[in-house]
Design a protein around this ligand. Structure first.
Ligand code: F6P
Length: 546
């Protein structure tokens, strides 16, 4: 259980507006089921022949981000039925509810206000004021501390400036900052390196510590709950390393340690100096937290002004999501396409292929965002649901994916919609390489759609009609990355509204934590309660069985 801080500015929340019902009870659902048979089988290339404007009509732009969704198995009738489904499920009301701070997280009875961190929540004036001052104070602390570290004013115990920052956290306390720091390395500080430790695999942390100098290393313990086992153990191992190398008693109370948490009581008990604790709140979900002080490592890596640019880009997408009509609303269109494939064309997975190596961590980031949010089998009201929810998100950067899994997408028996992501310019690359990279992106999306024609042996035949979106972005800047991340955040929320699920809890990860906790507490005592397979494996690992 996480503790509620007393200075939480959001004690009162607006209830979530009443939901329609099950999406399967809407009239649009039945229409879409009928359409699935005919439209899904129609060749997308034929739609292009019939409509010379299709590429333009099925494209949306938000500043430097263009979504081309023309290569999907849809026509105007499907699109308008999907939009009707969104309206029947009250999506416009639910979008406003999200921004106004309604308790969209129904099981934990709280709002999800990550948009407030980028200045785009629309709460009643008094609440907004309280919220803004809480957020501003933490952002200001991020600015001051990141600048002190970047300029060498922040000193370690022996008076040396910081050269290495270790972010110890897992899930949302790791994936967002790691993904952003990797993606935006063009903007990185020339000397300071940021490292990310998440897994409890000791070989990894030991390997990293061996390469670092404790005198110039700063540790950020990033944990909303401050109780996550992996993070605690990695933090303790790092403490031992400081103790041993610097010969001091309580390194955690020194300038080598910062904590970012909602649970300041636990951070204090761990010995972190109160001045070096950054505050989180319960209305920021772990997987939505990179915009908060969890983004401290980002601000250290790319500078606070660039961190603000990231937030500004997300704000731009928030405004688009909040105000654009549904039919021109990029997150909504992506969500509806996802629903079309998942619920009507029965696709179980969705591949994301960024043609940019720096976006390698983006897929893992999206996996948590999407699968932790949408992996649910009960409605927001707690009733069992009888339609599929959630999509398995996976992928790899291009062109590497072309030499691993794309064969299956081209010729296999699964239907796997793809999001291709590419950049028009890349100042870190050379014109020759970048042109080659983008040519491959276009070749893949075209090949998936058109397939092969003419007389070919069957094993060479590519059926085509395999759907994809292309997100074409001018450059990989902090602003554009902010837009891209917020685009997927809002896509995930929109899908959750249509599925009538709570996108903001993750109770499914609890049981494994409980069993691990029991086993760690006392292996022998607890083994009797285990199932026979797990008991035997435990015996083999602990050496009591052979
Ligand atoms: O994986 C479960 C989870 O609770 C995520 O939602 C969260 O991002 C992660 O663990 C880390 O939690 P914490 O920040 O509290 O350490």
């Amino acid at each position: 259980m996480t503790q509620r801080p007393t200075d939480n500015p959001l004690q009162e929340t607006v209830p979530m507006p009443g939901s329609a019902t099950s999406p399967t009870a809407t009239s649009a659902w039945a229409e879409l089921q009928d359409m699935a048979h005919a439209t899904a089988r129609a060749a997308v290339v034929e739609h292009f022949h019939a409509d010379s404007q299709r590429a333009e009509r099925y494209s949306l732009r938000c500043d430097e981000l263009l979504l081309d969704y023309s290569k999907n198995r849809i026509d105007d009738a499907v699109l308008s039925a999907l939009l009707r489904l969104a309206r029947e499920m009250a999506l416009p009301d639910k979008i406003r509810a999200l921004f106004v701070g309604a308790a969209v997280n129904t099981t934990e009875k709280r709002p999800a206000l990550h948009m407030a961190l980028r200045g785009s929540a629309t709460l009643p004036a008094e609440q907004q004021h309280l919220l803004n001052s809480a957020i501003d104070s933490q952002h200001e602390k991020t600015r001051i501390v990141s600048e002190q570290i970047r300029t060498g004013q922040w000193r370690g115990l022996t008076g040396k400036a910081i050269t290495d920052v270790i972010n110890i956290g897992i899930g949302g306390s790791d994936l967002g900052p790691k993904m952003v720091c990797t993606a935006l390395r063009e903007f990185a500080h020339p000397v300071i390196r940021c490292h990310f430790v998440a897994n409890v695999d000791g070989a990894e942390i030991q390997r990293m510590l061996r390469r670092l100098d404790p005198e110039t290393t700063l540790v950020i313990i990033a944990s909303k709950s401050f109780t996550t086992h992996e993070t605690r153990l990695n933090a303790e191992t790092t403490l031992d390393w400081f103790r041993e190398k610097l010969g001091i008693d309580a390194p955690q109370s020194s300038s080598h340690f910062i904590a970012v948490t909602e649970n300041s009581r636990e951070a204090l008990a761990f010995g972190i100096d109160p001045q070096r604790i950054f505050q989180l709140w319960d209305w920021i979900g772990g997987r939505y937290s990179l915009w908060s002080s969890i983004g401290l490592s980002i601000a250290i890596a790319i500078g606070y002004d660039n961190f603000r640019q990231l937030l500004a880009g997300a704000k731009r997408m928030d405004e688009h999501f909040l105000y654009a009509p549904l039919e021109q609303n990029m997150p909504v269109i992506l969500a509806l396409l996802g629903i079309w494939y998942r619920n009507f064309l029965k696709a179980e997975t969705h591949a994301v292929i960024p043609y940019c190596e720096r976006l390698g961590h983006f897929i893992t980031y999206l996996q948590q965002l999407d699968m932790e949010s949408s992996g649910k089998s009960v409605s927001a009201a707690g009733d069992a649901i009888d339609y599929p929810t959630g999509t398995i998100v996976w992928g790899q950067t291009g062109t590497n994916g072309q030499h691993t899994f794309l064969q299956l997408i081209h010729q296999g028996s699964h239907l796997i919609p793809v999001d291709f992501i590419g950049f028009i310019e890349d100042s870190l690359s050379t014109p020759r390489h970048h042109q080659a990279l983008m040519t491959h992106l276009l070749a893949q999306s075209a090949a998936l759609m058109v397939g092969t024609t003419g007389a070919l042996p069957s094993y060479r035949h590519q059926p085509g009609n395999r759907p994809s979106n292309t997100l074409l972005i001018q450059k990989l800047t902090p602003f554009n990355l902010g837009m891209l991340i917020a685009l997927y955040e809002h896509k995930v929320y929109s899908q959750g509204v249509i599925w009538n699920i709570n996108s903001f809890d993750q109770w499914g990860v609890e049981l494994g934590k409980v069993i691990a906790g029991q086993l760690l507490a006392d292996r022998a005592d607890n083994s009797a309660a285990l199932d026979p397979s797990t008991r035997r494996l435990l015996g083999l690992i602990s050496g009591s069985d052979s």
